[in-house]
Design a binder for this molecule. Structure first.
Ligand code: CA
Length: 242
């Protein structure tokens, strides 16, 4: 296991990208932050290199010369050597269908081109932190003015105690453990509620509405990402950018 990622901040990152300029920008910025980066220009190069020496994270373009990055993603998720490697899709294809498809096939996050480099690097850091699993197991989960104690099912938002049902609590805990990460309704059913197909996706919408109402002002950070799903905005200042 790549413990170095947690201890030293150095991670091995695979950049799957066929545009040389874009690949170099990513490589430069990752190396500047102390990471090791390798550039893979095609689907076949990615599928040869990544499973044999799994990196700590993959940045994945969608339109590649010999196929779709989404198919690469699917193969990586189906291979037990790479099933858990964080993957961030970096693509000019910002259309909802591609993004939802990518998230449902197991991408951890996505960034659309053109992007701000510091934002992408922040997402890289967040994905590497999540890989350690520290936040999820912590005694309490905190995101800004929302905090939860999972063992006691306690929620405090904006300084006030909030009473949530079991499903509402599980959903909110999932968002607080993964701030600024977008989840599709399907992902929320499976990952947060463990409900599989028993829960209809519109049930998620109803839960979100109730959670927002119960949280009051802090609930406004639970943002709708149109056509995709929901995310918890970490910093209230960012909420206007959506
Ligand atoms: Ca491309």
């Amino acid at each position: 296991m790549p413990q170095e990622a947690q201890d030293t901040g150095t991670a091995r990152i695979a950049i799957v990208e066929d545009e040389a300029d874009m690949a170099r920008v990513l490589e430069f910025n990752l190396k500047q932050r102390g990471h090791d980066a390798v550039i893979l220009e095609t689907c076949s190069a990615a599928l040869n290199a990544i499973p044999t020496a799994p990196p700590d994270l993959v940045l994945l373009d969608v339109r590649l010369p010999d196929g779709s990055g989404l198919d690469v993603l699917q193969q990586l998720r189906g291979d037990k050597r790479t099933a858990d490697v964080p993957v961030i899709i970096v693509s000019a294809m910002g259309d909802e269908e591609t993004v939802v498809d990518g998230l449902n096939r197991g991408a951890d996050d996505y960034v659309t081109k053109p992007f701000r480099v510091h934002e992408l690097m922040a997402r890289v850091s967040a994905a590497l932190r999540r890989r350690t699993g520290v936040a999820v197991e912590a005694a309490s989960l905190v995101c800004g003015d929302i905090s939860l104690v999972p063992d006691r099912r306690e929620v405090v938002a904006g300084g006030s105690d909030v009473s949530l049902t079991r499903s509402e609590f599980d959903l909110l805990a999932h968002f607080v453990a993964n701030p600024d990460r977008v989840f599709t309704r399907q992902q929320l059913c499976h990952q947060a509620l463990g409900a599989g197909n028993a829960v209809q996706e519109r049930t998620i919408d109803a839960h979100i509405r109730t959670i927002r109402k119960k949280l009051g002002e802090p609930g406004k950070r639970l943002a709708t990402v149109w056509g995709i799903g929901y995310k918890l905005v970490e910093s209230p200042a960012d909420s206007t950018a959506e």
